[in-house]
Design a protein around this ligand. Structure first.
Ligand code: PMP
Length: 306
């Protein structure tokens, strides 16, 4: 039996969830989206959605930037998510993809004003987004991140992912697992679709929220866990490309990537080329947190089933 999709205000079987070929978002990339994870915990017989509210707060901000006025509030979208998950009833780790999109099919032209907005949401099973147990070997992309004054990375705009697609594809064709991408001014922004943390003399270093990044919910989670649970200092600052070659440790973080160690950058080993202990510790803590195993952070995990 096919899964349900939320479309046009209704839950419909996937094969009935269709949109017009003239849909504005399809023609111009004018949609904003979120990628949310829900974790299945066998012992609890429960599915937990991680930081659901934060994702819908961010989609509302993306909507503001893109002149979108969805008819749903953050609470509405949380309720739709829980209802959709209950209907699809997965008992595995699951990815949730809400999309607010410019839905009109009556006018041609890439303007944002006066075009209807709609909400679509589907779910699918998702294990590891990148399967690299020994850590990632990445390069620095020769594509640049689009800038805040071009297609703002702060908003999760589908059209912006053409940039990501070029970055990932060329990195893979060159034999790397992923690529770190620089801002237009040559400083580091983030990974293809993840944020980046470096470890320098026991401190965590990451780019600033004004460095043309998507300000990741996982990035903020890692910062909070590092500062308040692991007693580590987190520094947000501009990062030079060549700093990447001399750091003690590095990892990606994102809803899809979760916490993913990086073991080499542009053929230079990160630290001694093995996954550093600190990264292992942060990764393990993150997995425990998202699976609702740490009482202090259980409120980040919304149970789906009664
Ligand atoms: N940067 C980009 C470009 C992304 O696509 C993502 C994935 N959503 C991230 C960072 C990480 O964000 P989050 O932790 O909120 O998933």
């Amino acid at each position: 039996m096919s899964d349900y999709v939320f479309l046009d205000g209704k839950y419909v079987p996937e094969e009935q969830a269709t949109i017009s070929v003239k849909t504005h978002a399809f023609l111009y990339g004018t949609s904003v989206f979120e990628g949310i994870r829900a974790y299945w915990v066998e012992e609890d017989q429960q599915l937990y959605v991680f930081k659901m509210r934060e994702h819908f707060e961010r989609i509302i901000n993306s909507c503001k930037i893109m002149h979108m006025h969805p008819e749903y509030t953050v609470d509405d979208m949380c309720n739709i998510t829980l209802e959709l998950l209950k209907k699809n009833a997965p008992k595995v780790d699951t990815y949730i993809r809400p999309t607010v999109y410019k839905s009109s099919s009556k006018t041609i032209g890439p303007k944002l004003i006066g075009i209807d907005d709609a909400l679509m949401m589907f779910t699918l099973p998702l294990g590891n987004y990148i399967d690299c147990p020994d850590g990632l070997k990445v390069c620095v992309s020769n594509w640049r991140r689009s800038d805040d004054n071009a297609i703002p990375p702060r908003a999760k705009i589908s059209g912006c992912y053409a940039n990501t697609a070029l970055i990932v594809s060329d990195a893979r064709l060159a034999g790397f697992d992923d690529a770190i991408v620089l801002k237009a001014d040559g400083h580091v922004a983030e990974g293809s679709a993840m944020n980046l943390y470096l470890i320098e003399k026991g401190k965590l270093v990451t780019t600033k929220r004004t460095d043309d990044i998507l300000v990741g919910i996982t990035r903020n989670t890692v910062q909070e866990l590092a500062e308040n649970y692991l007693n580590m200092e987190v520094i947000e600052r501009e990062i030079d490309r060549t700093e990447l070659y001399i750091v003690d440790g590095a990892f990606y973080c994102g809803t899809g990537a979760q916490v993913m160690p990086i073991v080499s950058i542009d053929h230079r080993p990160v630290g001694d080329g093995k996954i550093t202990e600190t990264v292992k510790q942060i990764q393990q803590l993150y997995f425990d947190v998202v699976r609702a195993k740490i009482p202090e952070y259980k409120h980040w995990c919304t149970p789906v089933y009664d």
